[in-house]
Design a protein around this ligand. Structure first.
Ligand SMILES: [Zn+2]
Ligand SMILES: [Zn+2]
Length: 253
């Protein structure tokens, strides 16, 4: 399965990293979270934005949702006619509707249908998206939030979204090839932050999950030369491969 990192930063962009979002290539494209310039980033990675049929919004913090308006508008301008489905934690359904209404995106005669599907905060709730199974687990953040596990053609990947370290996430990710875990902080560089994890926590969860690979994303506002410290911190707990992907990197799992 092909997976692309549209961005890898936490809420503050750096010179080289933008807010975290992921794309999975299945029969179509599944976008997980929606910060800015999704169309441009998809094109840079060799994906056709018109193939995005499903968008999953984990929670309503601005770095995970603000680009939805321009994504919908750009798809319309590119001539999209097919329905777009947006799956969102049920606390943020009104926020998604509000963003779309605010910019009057669906008032155009030629607007395509946008369907909003609420995701309940129930462990193991899952949806089938054109051959891919996406399951959800509530995590512990400053707002209600969901981790996402995606399975397609026998390969599974789990994404923590924003969360404090949660042992249950290790159990939820068990059997996944890769865990993509947030590392907003570092015990060595700046210490824990409520609602988020340090790189060392991500390592512990990856060990519990027994995955092959740990991708650290939602990286705090560190200098690039400090990132090796995050890898070392995670490696104290996890013996598998630990990667801090670059923005716009595409990997085959
Ligand atoms: Zn965030
Ligand atoms: Zn958040």
């Amino acid at each position: 399965m092909r997976m692309g990192f549209l961005g890898t930063a936490a809420a503050i962009s750096t010179a080289t990293r933008d807010n975290t979002a992921l794309v999975f290539k299945t029969k179509d494209l599944i976008l997980i979270d929606c910060p800015g310039n999704v169309c441009g980033k998809l094109k840079s990675m060799g994906f056709d934005p018109m193939n995005v049929n499903h968008v999953v919004i984990t929670h309503g913090h601005v770095d995970h949702i603000y680009g939805l308006s321009s994504l919908v508008e750009m798809l319309r301008l590119m001539g999209r006619k097919e329905e777009l489905k947006i799956y969102v934690g049920e606390d943020f359904v009104e926020m998604v509707k509000g963003i779309i209404r605010l910019f009057r995106l669906l008032d155009h005669q030629e607007a395509f249908p946008v369907v909003i599907e609420p995701i309940p905060y129930r462990p193991g709730y899952n949806v089938e998206l054109n051959g891919a199974v996406v399951s959800f687990m509530p995590v512990k953040h400053t707002l209600r939030n969901l981790a996402v596990r995606l399975e397609y053609e026998g390969i599974s990947v789990t994404y923590s979204s924003d969360t404090e370290p949660l042992e249950e996430l290790g159990d939820f990710s068990r059997g996944s090839k890769a865990l993509i875990h947030e590392a907003t902080r570092s015990y060595r560089l700046n210490g824990p932050l409520s609602g988020h994890s340090c790189a060392g926590d991500a390592g512990k969860i990856a060990k519990r999950a027994g995955v092959e690979m740990l991708y650290l994303v939602h990286i705090g506002d560190f200098d690039e030369h400090e990132l090796s410290t995050l890898i070392e911190e995670a490696a104290e707990h996890f013996e598998g491969q630990i990667i801090i992907p670059n923005d716009l990197e595409v990997v085959e799992l």
